[in-house]
Write a protein that binds this ligand. Structure first.
Ligand SMILES: [Zn+2]
Length: 210
């Protein structure tokens, strides 16, 4: 299956491609249409409509997987899907709205199916997913509790150090670590779905719907 992956860094994109293949239980080929630079959440939000249009009109991609970091924003919950008022601070829901608006405006071409999409929210950052199963503290429930109590057992910086051995690792080392984590988690996705039900569970459900 030909897919495109969009996230905040090329390191994350290497991880996501492997995970999508594991969810689908089939080979995926990553079509890159955008420049692979590290980008923040706002930049990713802005580039999403153009990426979707480009994939639809100019490539053979069937699907787009997008994953963003939550940082300190709201964790996605299935309740958001029933009541829009509950999700204004949820990045996952925000991205879904942008995707829908973009797709609604696309001029449908004959024999070209709409780009399927999946949106994930890494809480608080992708490195938390890389640490899943290795550090018992790292999961969405702990993060929610910590957010309420304003006492965080880990930070984004600590997750980076734990995932890469340093918070200043180069891109090739970071990619190697991300791929290693993806291959480990790909063997059995039940744990990451259980520990990250909002951001990862929702992503996996989207992908299974393709
Ligand atoms: Zn949401």
């Amino acid at each position: 299956m030909k897919i495109a992956v969009l996230s905040e860094s090329p390191v994350d994109e290497a991880f996501i491609k492997i995970i999508v293949g594991a969810i689908l239980k089939k080979q995926v080929e990553n079509i890159t249409t955008h420049s692979l630079q590290s980008r923040g959440w706002q930049a990713l939000l802005q580039v999403t409509p153009a990426v979707i249009r480009n994939l639809y009109y100019k490539t053979e991609a069937e699907a787009l997987a997008i994953v963003v970091d939550s940082d300190e924003t709201l964790i996605h919950s299935q309740l958001h899907e029933q009541d829009e008022k509950t999700n204004s601070n949820c990045r996952l829901c925000g991205l879904r709205r942008i995707i829908k608006n973009t797709q609604d405006k696309i001029t449908v071409m004959p024999n070209r199916a709409m780009i399927k999409t999946a949106v994930g929210l890494a809480v608080p950052a992708m490195e938390a997913w890389y640490r899943c199963g290795l550090d018992a503290q790292v999961n969405e429930a702990t993060w929610v509790r910590a957010s309420n109590e304003k006492k965080f057992p880990y930070t984004k910086q600590k997750l980076k150090i734990d995932a890469y051995g340093s918070d200043r690792a180069g891109i090739s080392l970071m990619t190697r670590c991300a791929v290693e984590a993806a291959n480990r988690l790909a063997n059995d996705l039940t744990e990451i779905e259980k520990l990250f039900p909002g951001g990862f569970g929702s992503f996996a459900r989207d992908v299974r719907g393709w």
